[in-house]
Design a protein around this ligand. Structure first.
Ligand code: C5P
Length: 251
């Protein structure tokens, strides 16, 4: 299914990935259990993956959960191609690489997933790219010798990912409209830094409400602490879902 077609069939809950940013599978299991009544997916990043390992990913996927395995691969093309195949074998629904690894690396990864899918008969995970981390700013670009503004770099890397055959990118909501405009509708935009109106920012600096992120062109929202740090996670999620229909102009 194309990114555009899958977006159209998604209900709001399916657009949300809850970030399991915890140090143990026991804590992750608790969050998954608390949200078992909803259709949200889960994001497993470096912290939990390093602690709990691929078996935990396999178990979550086997239990029917959509998992975004956020390991941000960046290495020589051959190594990344082998790594994405291993990641795909966990059953993950979405995986990612760093676009800064270049088009040859991204294209090899996409090709390896297609080959693996042909051999296994299983639909490949969506392969997306990180453009510029939101923790990087103009100073970081300058010290790395990357010319142009952060926005120009984000746009260039997003187009590189699209041309290499990737399904989409991770990007802040502030960049979503620009990417949607240049990459078109058939390209997934996955957006972290989401905070419901009036929520605490934690360590996020540039935040967007769920409704505004979607209005800007985001397909999938990554949400962590606004749900996982709540006393009642399901209630916090429900209130986010209710707010998804009501864009605000206050950010
Ligand atoms: O708790 P919070 O909602 O801030 O979690 C956001 C998640 O998205 C975290 O896992 C964080 O690492 C991730 N992320 C981010 N900004 C990026 C890329 C990923 O916040 N640019």
């Amino acid at each position: 299914m194309t990114a555009e077609a899958s977006r159209k069939t998604m209900i709001d809950e399916e657009r949300i990935l809850i970030a399991l940013d915890v140090e143990s599978r026991a804590k992750a299991d608790h969050i998954v259990h608390e949200l078992s009544g909803s259709a949200v997916g889960f994001k497993i990043g470096l912290q939990l993956f390093t602690a709990a390992g691929p078996d935990f990913v396999c178990e979550l996927c086997s239990a029917g959960h959509r998992v975004f395995l956020d390991l941000k691969f960046h290495d020589i093309p051959n190594t990344v191609a082998e790594a994405v195949v291993s990641a795909a074998r966990t059953g993950a629904w979405m995986i990612n690489v760093h676009s800064i690894g270049g088009s040859a690396m991204m294209a090899r990864a996409a090709e390896a997933l297609r080959n693996e899918s042909q051999q296994s008969g299983i639909e490949p995970p969506k392969l997306i790219a990180v453009t510029v981390l939101t923790s990087s700013d103009q100073k970081t670009m300058n010290e790395l010798g990357i010319g142009g503004t952060v926005e120009e770099t984000v746009q260039r890397l997003a187009m590189l990912a699209k041309e290499a055959g990737l399904d989409g990118v991770v990007a802040s909501a502030k960049e979503a409209a620009m990417i949607r405009h240049s990459a078109g509708n058939d390209f997934l935009i996955v957006t972290p830094g989401i905070r419901p109106a009036n929520a605490t920012l934690d360590d996020q600096k540039r935040v967007t409400t769920p409704a505004d992120a979607i209005r800007a062109g985001a397909d999938i929202l990554v949400i962590g602490r606004p749900v996982t740090a709540a006393q009642n996670m399901q209630k916090a999620l429900n209130s986010i879902l209710e707010g998804m229909d009501s864009p605000t102009d206050d950010n």
